[in-house]
Ligand binder design. Structure first.
Ligand SMILES: NCc1[nH]cc(CCC(=O)O)c1CC(=O)O
Length: 308
């Protein structure tokens, strides 16, 4: 593919993790096409998610806060493509914008930081998180735990822990690894804490109408990651799309098919509805049906969380 005659403009949030992921994307493009350093420039776009730090995401409008400004920059032609943590990208995207590619997925697990294990935490431990999924899973493992709101970027959350605002916190291994903090925390097996849909995946979006950019980004797409993450996202669609409820989902390739697991959990951790099945790659319809099926098994109180 020909070298662009002007630098491509990569839009990203300005957090250290977002910038690390932007640089990974540039490295992938350069390695694939032999481009020199100036071929891609980074355009930092501040998002409302970055500005508002003192309230839970679910409370102030959800994941759209991470993408809205980058969507606008794409639509107005200020950037050629945008790089996101897929976990932060809304389930339903505007028709004009397409998820064009994903980089190879990193470690999908969460890491517990502040204690060697959930059992090692003191009685009535305080755990800092702003994720409804992590909060519910913590309560399932430790019904005596209290949860306090931890938001902000990875460094901010680690600083809160350092200051003693909680006994422990949970962070995505992928984020810690990409920030050079692989030594922080202990990984919790996915069997114990099923991760969030899309966790550990970096996605690249561009305009649906930009064929040249779609073709270019396809050259660095990791199809295994793409298909698994799309299956997890389809579970979210089945659950009602844009909700802020405790949901976990993970797809893994096994002998050419996707082994897909998902669960919804009541906020007090007392009720878990989970399912697993093997589906063909691209069988989005079955993944969606799995999400709908979870709701059918849920108690009325749990189901109500998804009807809001
Ligand atoms: N919601 C914030 C967010 N979005 C993506 C990641 C980590 C990187 C990833 O999952 O790809 C994080 C931080 C965290 O959950 O610890």
């Amino acid at each position: 593919m020909q070298k662009p005659f002007r630098p491509l403009r990569l839009g990203t949030r300005g957090s250290p993790l977002a910038l690390a992921q932007a640089h990974m994307t540039i490295a992938a493009l350069r390695a694939r096409h032999g481009w020199d350093e100036g071929a891609v420039e980074i355009v930092v776009v501040q998002t409302s998610g970055d500005r508002i730090q003192d309230r839970a995401l679910a409370e102030i409008g959800g994941k759209a806060l991470w993408t809205k400004e980058l969507d606008r920059a794409l639509l107005e032609g200020e950037i050629d493509f945008a790089v996101h943590s897929m976990k932060d990208v809304e389930t339903i995207r505007p028709a004009e914008i397409r998820i064009a590619a994903m980089l190879p997925r990193a470690d999908v697990r969460d890491r517990l930081v502040g204690a060697a294990s959930f059992d090692a935490l003191p009685e009535k431990p305080v755990v800092g998180t702003s994720s409804p999924r992590r909060a519910a899973q913590v309560k399932r493992l430790r019904p005596d735990a209290g949860v306090v709101l931890f938001r902000g970027n990875v460094a901010t959350r680690l600083a809160k822990l350092e200051k003693g605002e909680a006994h422990a916190t949970l962070l995505a291994a992928a984020g810690l690894d990409r920030l050079g903090q692989s030594d922080v925390g202990v990984a919790i097996p996915a069997e114990v804490m099923l991760p969030a849909p899309s966790q550990g995946a970096v996605g690249i979006e561009t305009l649906s109408g930009n064929g040249a950019m779609l073709d270019l980004l396809a050259t660095i797409n990791d199809a295994d990651t793409f298909d698994c993450v799309m299956a997890e996202r389809a579970v979210l669609v089945g659950l009602g799309g844009t909700c802020h409820s405790p949901i976990a989902a993970l797809g893994r390739l096994e002998e050419g098919r996707i082994y897909l697991r998902a669960e919804i959990i009541s906020p007090d951790g007392q009720e878990t509805i989970g399912d697993s099945l093997r589906i063909e790659r691209n069988d989005v319809a079955t993944a969606e049906a799995m999400g709908r099926g979870l709701l059918e098994w849920a108690s009325p109180a749990l189901r109500a969380l998804f009807e809001a």
